[in-house]
Design a binder for this molecule. Structure first.
Ligand SMILES: *[C@@H]1O[C@H](CO)[C@@H](O)[C@H](O)[C@H]1NC(C)=O
Ligand SMILES: *[C@@H]1O[C@H](CO)[C@@H](O)[C@H](O)[C@H]1NC(C)=O
Length: 412
């Protein structure tokens, strides 16, 4: 019993001595461990391949951890006899090759850590520690947001949800992010403290590590604003009766706004941005108002336009001018008629005066009577003319020349 203990103690001492020696020899002999593959992935295998061994290996041991400690031993192998001693850290997925290498199959995340190999050759012994990193593929990346219907100047965060990523990159519309955006330390969260319409676009996040990369589906950030900059296009503000009225209202707005039309505060049936009346009548005249509403911002704006409907006119003249011309023509005709009458009476009177001058001695009474009658008729005409035209020139018993009267009336 005691002998056994002593033997084990001795063995332990010798082994520890060898380890101390090996640490000293390590740099001299320069053994190394290479991971195959370089970036091992969970569920797959890795070989911790010992390099730099130039002479025959007498025995080797693998340890889980960075020290050569019996408690950490996975196994000890003597290649010549193919004898294997399992240590405390032995596990069935671990296997060895005669050249000193360790293979771990079916990697699990907890396999990650430091591994140390101790190699004994005929000449000397050496050890080397290597860090095994077990990679897990990055899970698919998904962008989520705190604000599904952001309005301009609101706060928006986009979060890239993914696991096992070592690096996260963002892109907007297929190119790297414009400057001035704020990313969290782990790059998972993109923050717009005051979002603007120019931030609208398609965002993606790309999550990667040494063994895999995933790109998220695009997330379309739509910044809602408006309505603003209202305008009415093609606004024919003067329409002749029977012709169409066609108005088109538009505004800058995201999302597309709803439209409501009113004529003098009466709601019309048109529900899009276009108003069309095939044949306008005087009832269609009035103040047209287009009311634009954004369902997200809950803002409304309105714009008005006054539409005049003129009565039908063959010359397509506006109604006012047509009436004025008609009235003017009627006045001129009446005036011409009256003037012609006065002129004719004037000629008659002149003829009578001439006869009186030459034949007064002969038939004075009759002539005088004729003049009185003429003058009475002339005065009546003059009064009638003044009443009709509103002239205050009754004192002119004899009318002025034709063109003078006409000019006076025209100037009136
Ligand atoms: C040791 O043997 C294994 C299995 O044959 C091989 O994959 C590995 O490359 C070898 N290592 C060296 C350094 O030759
Ligand atoms: C591996 O060993 C190095 C150096 O001894 C140490 O800094 C590191 O923390 C160890 N890593 C693990 C996962 O044990």
């Amino acid at each position: 019993m005691c002998g056994c203990c002593c033997r084990r103690l001795l063995f332990h001492c010798c082994w520890t001595l060898a380890v101390c020696l090996s640490v000293w020899m390590d740099s001299a002999h320069g053994i190394g461990v290479q991971l195959i593959p370089q970036n091992p992935v969970v569920n797959q295998s890795v070989t911790l391949s010992v390099t730099g061994v130039t002479v025959t290996i007498r025995q080797f041991s693998w340890y889980k951890g960075s020290s050569v400690d019996t408690n950490n031993q996975i196994f000890n192998v003597i290649p010549q006899t193919n004898s294997v001693t399992h240590g405390r850290q032995y596990f069935s997925r671990a296997s060895h090759f005669p050249n000193g290498s360790l293979q771990i199959s079916g990697l699990v995340p907890t396999d990650q850590g430091n591994y140390t190999v101790l190699i004994q050759t005929i000449e000397t012994s050496a050890q080397h520690t290597v860090l095994l990193t077990v990679y897990e593929p990055v899970t698919s990346s998904v962008i989520s947001t705190n604000n599904k219907e952001p309005q301009e100047n609101g706060k928006v965060t986009l979060t890239c949800s993914t696991n096992n990523a070592e690096k996260i990159l963002w892109s907007k519309n297929g190119v790297s992010l414009p400057p001035g955006l704020s990313l969290s330390a782990d790059n998972k969260t993109l923050t717009f403290s005051s979002v603007s319409r120019s931030d609208t676009g398609q965002y993606r996040c790309e999550a990667s590590n040494a063994v895999s990369k995933t790109i998220s589906d695009p997330y379309t950030l739509t910044v809602n604003y408006g309505p603003e900059n209202l305008r009415i296009k093609g606004g024919t503000q003067q329409v002749t009766s029977g012709n169409p009225i066609s108005l088109e209202c538009s505004a800058d707005s995201v999302p597309a706004p709803t439209y409501l039309w009113k004529l003098n505060w009466t709601v019309l049936e048109f529900q899009n941005n276009k108003l069309n009346i095939q044949q306008a009548t005087s009832e269609n005249a009035g103040n047209y108002t287009c009311i634009v509403t954004n369902s997200v911002t809950k803002l409304s704006q309105e714009i008005s336009i006054y539409v005049t409907v003129n009565e039908n006119d063959p010359n397509n003249n506006p109604i006012g001018t047509g009436h004025i011309v008609g009235i003017a023509i009627a006045i001129i005709l009446v005036l011409a008629l009256v003037t012609a009458l006065i002129f004719l009476l004037g000629i008659r009177r002149h003829h009578s005066s001439s006869k009186k001058d030459t034949k007064s001695t002969e038939n004075g009474h009759t002539s005088a009577q004729g003049i009185e009658m003429d003058e009475a008729a002339l005065q009546y005409s003059s009064i009638d003319f003044s009443a009709q035209r509103g002239l205050q020139r009754n004192e002119h018993v004899v009318p002025p020349p034709d063109n003078t009267v006409y000019a006076e009336v025209r100037h009136k």
